[in-house]
Ligand binder design. Structure first.
Ligand code: EPU
Length: 419
C-alpha cells in the first residue's frame, strides 16, 4: 500500500481540471443494466470505486469496453448472473445500486447486505421497503438481500429519511415498472439529477428530479445512449478549501458552481475571495487567513456532509472559533483525533466539533478510515509545518482522481511513496 508524504507550507497557485463526479458515475454505471442495448458513459473519473463497479457489472456478465477520453461502453445484453457478491459489496457500499436495476430488468437480484461503515451504521431499509412497495418479494438471509418479482408496479413511496442512493435505486426500479411511481421526500442532490438525465436519455419518463417529489411513469423498455457525467462538486470543494487555507490563488476548471452554493457561501463567510464563472471558480487568499465559521451538514441543498471534514481543517487554522455539526451520519468525526495529533484544538461533543483556530498545525504521521477524512488530512498536511505522512491512502484513491498529481500541479510538495 502507498502513503503520501507532504511537506507543508506552500501557498497553492495555478489551475486544475475537475473530474467527473464519483457519486454520479456509480449510479449511472449501474443504470446501464436497465438498457436493452449498449450505453457509453463519458467523463468517467479514474477511481477505485469506478473499477469496483466495473468489476461488479463484469462479474455479472456485462461486457465493458474502455474507450479513449475517459469513456466506458457497457453492453448489458450479455448479462448472465444477477448476483452482487460479498467480496465486492464489502469494498464498496454503492454496489447496492445494482439492486433496483436488476430487479426491474431481470426480475431477480441477490445483493450482499452492506455491513456497518466507518462513518455510521448506514442501513438500506428504505431501499428494501420501497422495492417491496413496488411488489418485490424480498428476503434477507445469510447476509444477502434476495429479491424477486414479476414486473414491478408503480407505487407512492414516502421515504422517512432523505437517502441519496435509496432515491436512486427506487428511481431506476420505477423507470421500468408498470404504472406511475411517486417518490416523496426524495433526495435533491445534483447526482440524483444527473442520474435522472441519463435515464431520460435512455427513454424513461421522469419529472421532478432535483425536487423532493419525483414522478416516474414506467416504460416497457430503455435503450442504450451516450451520457457525460457532471463535475464532482466534492472534489471541487476540497480543492477550493486547499487553495483557501494555503493562502494561495487557484482556479478550478470544468466545475459546476451551481451545485456548490452552500459551500461557496461558507467560504465567503470565512473571508475567502471568490470569483465564479459558468464552469470555473477562483479562490484568492494570498496573504490572508480564513475566519472560523459555524456550519451544520444536511441533505442538499444544505451544506454537504462530504465537505464537513475539509471545513474542520479550515477552522483548525482559521482566526477565531467555530462549531461544526454533523446531522447526516452519526460517526463522522474520525478525522478529529488525527487532526488533534497535528496540534489542532478540536473538541467533539455529541455531533458537534468545537474548533479553535491555531496559528499552525504540525506535521505528523496520520491515517483515516474513510474517504473524506483522508482528504482532510491531506489538506492539513499541506498547511502544516514540517512533514506529514498520510497512511492508508486507498481511501483517497476510491474517490479522488490523482489527487497528488493535481496538488503537485498547484505547486504542493507532495509525493506518493510505498508504505
Ligand atoms: N439511511 C437510512 N436508511 C436507508 C438509507 C439511508 O436510515 O435505507 C440513513 C443513513 O444511515 C444516513 C442518511 O440516511 O444517516 C443518509 O444516507 P444516504 O442514504 O443518503 O447515504 P448514501 O446514499 O449511502 C450517499 C453518498 C455518500 C454521501 C451520502 C450523503 C454515494 C455513492 N454515496 O451515500 O458519499 O455522504 O449520500 O450525502 O452517492 C462519499 O462520497 O464520501 C460518501 C460517503
Amino acid at each position: 500500500m502507498d502513503k503520501l508524504l507532504i511537506e507543508g507550507g506552500k501557498p497553492l497557485e495555478g489551475s486544475i481540471r475537475i473530474s467527473g463526479a464519483k457519486n454520479s458515475v456509480l449510479p449511472i454505471l449501474a443504470s446501464a443494466l436497465l438498457a436493452d442495448s449498449p450505453v457509453t458513459i463519458h467523463n468517467v473519473p479514474h477511481l477505485n470505486d469506478v473499477t469496483t463497479m466495473m468489476n461488479l457489472l463484469g462479474s455479472m456478465g456485462a461486457e465493458l469496453t474502455l474507450g479513449d477520453k475517459m469513456s466506458i461502453e457497457i453492453d448489458p445484453t450479455t448479462l448472465k448472473d444477477c448476483i452482487a457478491p460479498y467480496e465486492l459489496v464489502k469494498t464498496m457500499r454503492a454496489s447496492i445500486l445494482v439492486l433496483g436495476p436488476l430487479l426491474a430488468r431481470f426480475g431477480y437480484a441477490e445483493v450482499s447486505l452492506p455491513g456497518g461503515c466507518a462513518i455510521g451504521s448506514r442501513p438500506v431499509n428504505l431501499h428494501i421497503e420501497g422495492l417491496r412497495a413496488m411488489g418485490a418479494e424480498i428476503d434477507v438471509e445469510n447476509g444477502y438481500i434476495k429479491a424477486s418479482c414479476k414486473r414491478l408496479k408503480g407505487a407512492r413511496i414516502l421515504m422517512e429519511t432523505v437517502t441519496v442512493t435509496g432515491t436512486e435505486n427506487l428511481m431506476m426500479a420505477a423507470a421500468l415498472a408498470e404504472g406511475v411511481s411517486v417518490l416523496e421526500n426524495a433526495a435533491r442532490e445534483p447526482e440524483v439529477v444527473d442520474l435522472a438525465k441519463m435515464l431520460i436519455k435512455m427513454g424513461a419518463h421522469i419529472e421532478g428530479a432535483g425536487t423532493d417529489t419525483i414522478t416516474i411513469e414506467g416504460v416497457e423498455k430503455l435503450k442504450g445512449t451516450q451520457f457525460r457525467v457532471s463535475a464532482d462538486r466534492i472534489e471541487t470543494g476540497t480543492f477550493l478549501v486547499a487553495g483557501a487555507i494555503s493562502r494561495g490563488k487557484i482556479t478550478v476548471k470544468d466545475a459546476d458552481p451551481e451545485s456548490l452554493e452552500a459551500v461557496l457561501n461558507k467560504l465567503e463567510q470565512a473571508g475567502v475571495d471568490l470569483n465564479v464563472g459558468k464552469d470555473w471558480i477562483e479562490v484568492d487568499m494570498r496573504n490572508k487567513r480564513p475566519k472560523a465559521i459555524d456550519l451544520k451538514t444536511a441533505p442538499y441543498p444544505a451544506f454537504p456532509t462530504d465537505m464537513q471534514a475539509q471545513f474542520c481543517v479550515l477552522n483548525s487554522v482559521a482566526e477565531g472559533a467555530g462549531a461544526i455539526t454533523e446531522t447526516v451520519f452519526e460517526n463522522r468525526f474520525m478525522h478529529a483525533q488525527e487532526l488533534q495529533r497535528m496540534g489542532a484544538d478540536i473538541h467533539v461533543e455529541g455531533n458537534t466539533a468545537f474548533i479553535k483556530g491555531i496559528d499552525h498545525l504540525n506535521g505528523a504521521p496520520v491515517m483515516a478510515t474513510d474517504l473524506r477524512a483522508s482528504a482532510s488530512l491531506i489538506l492539513a498536511g499541506l498547511v502544516a509545518v514540517g512533514e506529514t505522512n498520510v497512511h492508508r491512502i486507498y481511501h483517497i484513491d476510491r474517490g479522488y482522481e490523482r489527487i497528488e498529481e493535481k496538488l503537485a500541479q498547484l505547486g504542493a510538495r507532495i509525493q506518493r511513496l510505498p508504505d
